[in-house]
Design a binder for this molecule. Structure first.
Ligand code: SF4
Length: 381
């Protein structure tokens, strides 16, 4: 059972809202250099077609700001108005310029004004000097964002916390929270509220614990910024998918999270399916037909894998099947019990035929396997 979703304020990013009453948004990031305008436009169009709702691009220098604007122009000319986020590290000046061309700017709290290298121990005065520097540059940045009505993601990454923060608080969840708190305090000084926060680590356990801690701290101070979830640098293949599903999924089940990005070291298009499956699996967003199927065992009297495959291929394209839950079960042993909350259930009979149920009521008995898909499609239509 999912805990009630944590209440957050809505932050507007271009033409969509994140947090508040909005669905949990799916986002991704292009993986070609920003100067490759054509490559970026192509990736973004593909991602848009597959359900991506927010796109992020790396902006590494002032030239990239111009390319970012050019990519935006090309997309708008194609009728794609997906909100565009500029991803900036190290340079408050670039971040400031990005506010002019992006819907949202993502900054890294750990390197916005602090240097990642250099002295590793800090006196109280040195710590405060670092904080004052952040206050000046971030304050100016938030003020400009407020004027331009742009939003900002304050990204806290376990792997790139400011050295002075690590020195004072350790490489810990509390350090991640303290880094965010500094930025929140600067935002409060200039009354800027359009912030999304993220607390990312490369392992699921740290991602979960840091977000849980941060959300309890946010609740204590009465701040309800939306939360962006992701396990950063999760890698590729099955392991990356499982790690992301655990990290993001546990938090979604806690009720935490307003937008997600599954980071894969693969073509970004692959992130879409994983993101949708995590949202579906956690029961927080529906995409088309929801299939449940038993793993099958020695009691299964028909080719359940083939039937499930045919149903997915056929019903996936059927508009009237959207939002239905369909169960495909090998036998009656657990069959109807497990499939109890499905809209339709197909259950194998010992004689190799199938029976079709609608909300636990048998509507056709003993259907030959090859006719089940046709029969179910007819009922759904
Ligand atoms: S529903 Fe029946 S066939 Fe499927 S796994 Fe359970 S006992 Fe086996």
């Amino acid at each position: 059972m999912i805990t009630k979703r944590r209440q957050t304020r809505e932050v507007v990013i271009g033409n969509i809202g994140v947090g508040g009453p909005n669905d949990i948004r799916i986002q991704s990031m292009t993986n070609v250099p920003t100067k490759n305008v054509e490559g970026n436009v192509r990736q973004i169009c593909e991602l848009f077609e597959c359900g991506c709702e927010i796109i992020r691009l790396a902006v590494t220098n002032m030239e990239d700001v111009k390319f970012f604007a050019e990519i935006r122009g090309c997309l708008r000319a194609k009728g794609i108005f997906m909100p565009m986020v500029a991803d900036v590290h190290f340079s408050p000046a670039i971040a400031l310029d990005c506010l002019e061309v992006a819907d949202k700017v993502r900054i890294n709290a750990g390197n916005f004004s602090d240097k990642l290298l250099g002295t590793q121990s800090f006196s109280d005065d040195e710590f405060l000097a670092g904080r004052s520097k952040l206050q000046r540059s971030l304050g100016q940045f938030f003020q400009r964002a407020k004027v331009l009505k742009k939003s900002v993601r304050v990204g806290i990454n376990h792997g790139s916390l400011a050295p002075r923060i690590i020195y004072k608080f350790g490489h810990t969840d509390i350090a991640m929270w303290e880094s965010a708190k500094e930025c929140i305090e600067v935002a409060q000084e200039v009354q800027f509220e359009d912030i999304v926060l993220s607390f990312k680590a490369s392992d699921a356990e740290r991602t979960i614990s840091a977000n849980r801690l941060a959300c309890s701290k946010l609740d204590e101070i009465g701040k309800h910024y939306p939360i962006h979830l992701g396990v950063t640098e999760s890698g590729n293949g099955d392991y990356a998918r499982i790690k992301s599903a655990i990290g993001i999924g546990c938090l979604l089940v806690d009720g935490i999270g307003d937008t997600i990005r599954v980071s894969l070291t693969e073509d970004p298009i692959k992130e879409m399916e994983v993101a949708k499956n995590i949202l579906r699996g956690c029961g927080v967003r529906r995409y088309g037909v929801e299939f449940i199927a038993c793993p099958s065992c020695g009691r299964t009297s028909y080719d359940i894998q083939a039937v499930l495959g045919e149903l997915k291929a056929t019903l996936g394209k059927l508009p009237s099947a959207r939002n239905l839950k369909i169960a495909v079960m090998g036998c009656m042993v657990n069959g109807l019990g497990e499939a109890g909350d499905a809209d339709f259930a197909i259950i194998g009979n010992p004689n190799g035929t199938l029976s079709l149920y609608q909300k636990k009521n048998c509507i056709i008995k003993n259907v030959p396997v090859e006719k089940i898909c046709k029969n179910l499609t007819k009922f759904i239509k």
